[in-house]
Design a protein around this ligand. Structure first.
Ligand code: COI
Length: 355
């Protein structure tokens, strides 16, 4: 990591909006903290990182990201530690993944100092926005989009990088009803499924809405060739406990390499559980459920954290899973992960960065 200090001009707000926020009643993604970071890529280089008041950006109607979807993002969180510290969780992993997504979307690499130092300075100035309430966090949204005002189809020559943040509580408030998708696909081999590209989310909305109209919160994607193997869920990776073994689809070109996913697998292994990253077929899940061996199912993601799945629908049948309080692995891992994020448990992998 770079150690040189970058100059980041800062225009602080005249008056903070924080008094508008009730930390005990936070709706996900609706209230944004006072400042944002912006930097532009022009004339072949990233330049002028600045912290400015959170606000609208003025764009040409021809801005190429709007038309062709050359846009990527990340999601990360900062927590209030037990002694009041501000603790960022695995920020460098988000930085690396942003550039992996950027390479797939033909974008210039973002320098580490703009991301890491910009993020730190943004968090320092908006420190009061990190919720003091248990179960809440400051959700941080870094993103890059193409800014050429040109409607020919080609990679843009100009880009904007920005980070803003918003205090959040849980993304999902109750155990989820999910349905296995066997018609639409999220991603195919050779596509951009592993990238956190805006279009992956936009294209998923129509199939997700079909499922929501049938009473499910989210869908679980299957592979594009046969609809036989589980991929991931709408906003998260997905995991199962089958007969005491934690099983999850191996990451591939079609699956996002989740940072929470990796954290959960690492902790589960450290706790002595057997973990398998491999292809997981829908038939295996259905058979395990029939045999009474499907003990747990849950999603993992930055926003979702560990989101318990109560019901899995497949081909019109609802498979009901054991009660959440009986789920040993996900509950134990979730507790340890929360304790690491808030500085209450040892952090053997240096995942937490104090601001
Ligand atoms: C996240 O978990 O941070 C995500 O990016 C998922 C989301 C689209 C809310």
């Amino acid at each position: 990591m770079s150690t040189d200090t970058l100059t980041i001009a800062t225009q602080p707000v005249a008056k903070s909006r924080i008094s508008e926020l009730d930390f005990n009643n936070i709706e996900f993604g609706k209230i944004f903290s006072d400042h944002m970071l912006v930097a532009d890529y022009k004339n072949g280089e990233w330049q002028n990182p600045e912290i400015v008041p959170y606000g609208n950006m003025s764009l040409s109607p021809a801005t190429s990201a709007i038309h062709y979807g050359q846009a990527i993002f990340e999601g990360m969180k900062a927590y209030r530690g037990i002694n009041g510290d501000i603790l960022l969780f695995r920020p460098y992993d988000n930085y690396k993944r942003l550039n992996i997504s950027g390479a797939r979307m033909c974008m210039p690499e973002l320098p580490e100092d703009i991301f890491m130092q910009g993020l730190e300075q943004l968090l320092r100035i908006d420190a009061a926005w990190v919720p003091p309430t248990a179960g809440s966090a400051l959700y941080i949204r870094p993103f890059i989009f193409a800014t050429d005002d040109f409607i020919g189809v080609r990679p843009s020559s100009n880009y904007r990088f920005s980070i803003f943040s918003c205090p959040v509580a849980s993304y999902y408030s109750a155990p989820l009803r999910v349905a296995i998708e066997t018609k639409y696909v999220r991603s195919a081999e050779g596509g951009a499924g592993y990238a956190k590209a805006a279009g992956n989310y936009g294209a998923a909305m129509y199939p997700a809405r079909q499922m929501q109209e049938k009473g499910y919160h989210q869908l679980i994607w299957t592979d594009h060739k046969e609809h036989k193997y589980i991929e991931e869920s709408g906003t998260m990776n997905v995991m199962f406990v089958i007969d005491g073994v934690l099983v999850t689809p191996a990451v591939s070109s079609t699956i996002l390499s989740g940072i929470t996913r990796d954290s959960v697998l690492t902790l589960a292994r450290d706790m002595g559980y057997k973990v398998e990253e491999r292809r997981v077929s829908v038939d295996e899940i259905v058979a395990a459920h029939k045999a009474g061996k499907l003990q747990e199912a849950f999603g993992t993601g930055t926003a979702a954290t560990i989101a318990q799945i109560a019901t899995i629908n497949y081909n019109g049948e609802d498979l009901e899973l054991p009660a959440v309080e009986d789920r040993e692995i996900s509950n134990k891992v979730a507790e340890t992960l929360d304790n690491i994020k808030t500085g209450q448990a040892p952090d053997p992998y240096n995942w937490v960065q104090k601001i």
